[in-house]
Design a protein around this ligand. Structure first.
Ligand code: SAM
Length: 194
């Protein structure tokens, strides 16, 4: 009798486990998505570098900037406030997505800037005129086929500190007086190969 009681309890626990791990025992109807493809740690670009990246890209008010791994959203906010462009961030960390969306709301910029919670490797980038990245050389190499697939002829890619392997930069800015030791690579997308 005692043994069959133990078996019943164990059976209940095992059956309830999947529901618990999905949050169903708490009546949740939606589940947080978890992304594991982190291609860079969270480190912010200094504001002088952000300003210079967008100047080098010659970002226009009619254009849309994508920041891949948008961190605290400073590139998006600069693109909107200083260059009057539209800006889209893609960020894998839900905490950073929430804090950036809060900041965008507080500044009243919801019509010009937004952050997508997700993995930038899974996002269609075809509406980007300018893409900014601050990742790592290996990550840029992984990302390159997507940039080549989605970006139009004439779109610009600006990378803080790390080159995109296999591409020739149009300009490499170094030794900025305000931010010594930092590099900024500017690339312009060529016509697509047929
Ligand atoms: C070095 S920080 C750059 C932040 C911001 N772009 C800047 O320059 O200040 C890199 C950011 O990329 C995010 N990240 C890393 N891998 C990602 C991925 N696969 N998809 C979306 N975001 C990612 C990290 O969470 C981090 O916030």
């Amino acid at each position: 009798m005692r043994k069959s009681g133990q078996v019943l309890v164990a059976g209940f626990v095992l059956c309830a486990m999947p529901a618990f791990s999905q949050g169903l025992l708490y009546g949740q109807t939606t589940h947080a998505k978890h992304y594991s493809n982190s291609l860079a740690p969270y480190v912010v670009s200094p504001q002088q570098i952000v300003d210079r990246m967008l100047e080098l890209a010659d970002l226009k008010s009619s254009e849309t900037l994508y920041d891949l791994g948008s961190g605290d959203g400073r590139i998006l906010i600069t693109a909107v406030q200083r260059f009057h462009a539209k800006a889209v961030g893609i960020e894998i960390s839900d905490a950073l997505v929430d804090s950036t969306n809060d900041r965008i709301r507080r500044l009243g910029l919801q019509n010009q800037a937004r952050v997508i919670h997700g993995d930038f490797m899974q996002v269609d980038l075809s509406s980007a005129d300018v893409v900014t990245i601050y990742l790592a050389t290996d990550s840029n190499e992984i990302l390159r086929p997507n940039l080549e697939k989605y970006l139009r002829n004439g779109a610009r890619v600006v990378s803080h500190d790390y080159a995109v392997p296999g591409w020739k930069a149009k300009t490499v800015d170094k030794d900025l007086p305000e931010a010594r030791g930092h590099l900024i690579y500017l690339y312009e997308m060529p016509p697509k190969k047929k």
